[in-house]
Design a protein around this ligand. Structure first.
Ligand SMILES: NC(=O)c1ccc[n+]([C@@H]2O[C@H](COP(=O)([O-])OP(=O)(O)OC[C@H]3O[C@@H](n4cnc5c(N)ncnc54)[C@H](OP(=O)(O)O)[C@@H]3O)[C@@H](O)[C@H]2O)c1
Ligand SMILES: *[C@@H]1O[C@H](CO)[C@@H](O)[C@H](O)[C@H]1NC(C)=O
Length: 344
């Protein structure tokens, strides 16, 4: 029975046209990462439990969270119920992140253990350094200016990374990686690492495709996760410095709507497919079950090279960036670890 099934799967796989992205990507750590994950940072607290339950029932295997999102306890509650109903831990991929105020070697284990406790897990599948810059312990990670107070702390990325590696050796994280680091910062960590970063999570969507950074990561076998993969159209009005907010929502662009019609898919599927088709991971956020279903259903069609190019042409470079963090922290642009300095 099993053999027949496997044979059947093999034939099915072999008969798929070439170029369909896989719904899993291999990390240099040896583990697989599901190509679609649920973003959770902007899910409203009252929506959270339902959104996570729906996502699991809709087939999501990958959940993206962070200490900073203040939602790990709620996610933990849902996971507990999921496991009680027979869901297997090893079928899920959970990402968490070390907050900016934990960016010193002696704080790494403390924050990771707190996340594990809140999530009710023994390990996370991926642990990322959330930002290359550091905040002083106790600084609240909320979008407020802290007037007149020096809130930043200098970070030694290599010393911090050593401690991240220790978490793998301890068994608290299966894989480790970086988020919001720029190319030279990644290069520095990579060159000095014993366990290489296997994942980079950065803002990527049609307005900010970051082709050069992706090329660099490909060369170093670092899987790239695109955050805000739909362009985070609902954040832009309150978050941005000055740039991305003036651009229309990607899902409303006529070119995207036309492609949606052509492929009989939704605008969101066109945008997400464009990204996964280049072997990236996407973590769209949706609190809505129907939209969650659309966002994970990306593997039965393929954009032609010509249509890929049409979407490539939407590149706005740095003007497309939504999350530059300058709105969060006054004076960040002068921080020695601020990653987007050359571009802004
Ligand atoms: N590492 C970092 O520093 C960092 C920074 C930012 C974000 N992230 C991660 O990336 C995730 C996603 O980013 P994001 O939430 O800012 O932006 P996004 O995923 O690009 O966009 C989310 C918005 O799109 C809507 N949406 C989702 N699916 C849709 C569909 N099929 N059709 C129409 N609208 C749809 C959502 O509304 P509904 O919920 O109503 O569907 C929500 O308003 C975050 O949740 C977080 O996990 C990481
Ligand atoms: C990356 O960030 C560092 C620290 O701010 C900066 O010195 C460097 O120029 C940046 N590199 C790139 C490629 O943007």
């Amino acid at each position: 029975m099993n053999t027949v099934f496997r044979l059947f799967s093999l034939v099915l796989l072999a008969s798929l046209p070439k170029g369909y992205a896989m719904d899993n990507l291999k990390l240099s750590s040896g583990y697989n990462i599901p190509s679609v994950g649920l973003g959770t940072s902007s899910i409203k607290p009252y929506d959270l439990e339902n959104a996570i339950i729906n996502a699991l029932e809709n087939g999501y295997k990958h959940i993206d969270t962070a200490f900073t999102y203040h939602n790990e306890e709620a996610i933990g509650k849902v996971l507990k119920k999921w496991f009680a109903k027979g869901g297997a831990r090893e079928n899920l991929f959970i990402t968490s992140k070390l907050p900016s105020q934990g960016n010193r070697p002696e704080s790494v284990e403390k924050y990771l253990k707190q996340s594990l406790k809140d999530l009710g897990l023994d390990y996370v599948d991926m642990y990322l350094i959330h930002t290359p810059f550091g905040l002083k312990e106790g600084v609240n990670n909320s979008p407020k200016e802290v007037n007149g107070i020096e809130i930043f702390e200098n970070v030694n990325h290599n010393a911090l990374w050593k401690e991240m590696e220790k978490q793998v050796k301890n068994g608290y994280a299966k894989s480790i990686g970086l988020s919001n680091f720029n190319q030279s910062q990644i290069d520095n960590v990579y060159k000095n690492a014993e366990i290489k970063p296997s994942n980079l999570q950065v803002e990527i969507h049609a307005y900010l495709p970051q082709k050069q950074l992706r090329q660099f990561c490909k060369k170093h076998n670092i899987v790239v996760t695109a955050y805000a993969p739909l362009g985070s159209h609902n954040s832009r009005t309150y978050l941005h410095k000055s740039t991305g907010k003036d651009l229309p929502a990607l899902i409303d662009l006529p070119i995207i709507k036309d492609l949606a019609q052509k492929y009989k898919k939704s605008p969101s599927q066109i945008l997400l497919r464009h990204t996964v088709q280049d072997d990236l991971v996407v973590i769209p956020k949706s609190s809505n079950s129907d939209r969650q279903k659309l966002n994970i259903d990306l593997f039965d069609f393929k954009l032609t090279a010509e249509d890929v190019k049409k979407i490539d042409n939407l590149d706005k470079g740095e003007k497309g960036r939504v999350f530059d963090f300058l709105k969060f922290y006054k004076g960040l642009e002068n921080n020695p670890q601020y990653p987007f300095v050359e571009q802004s």
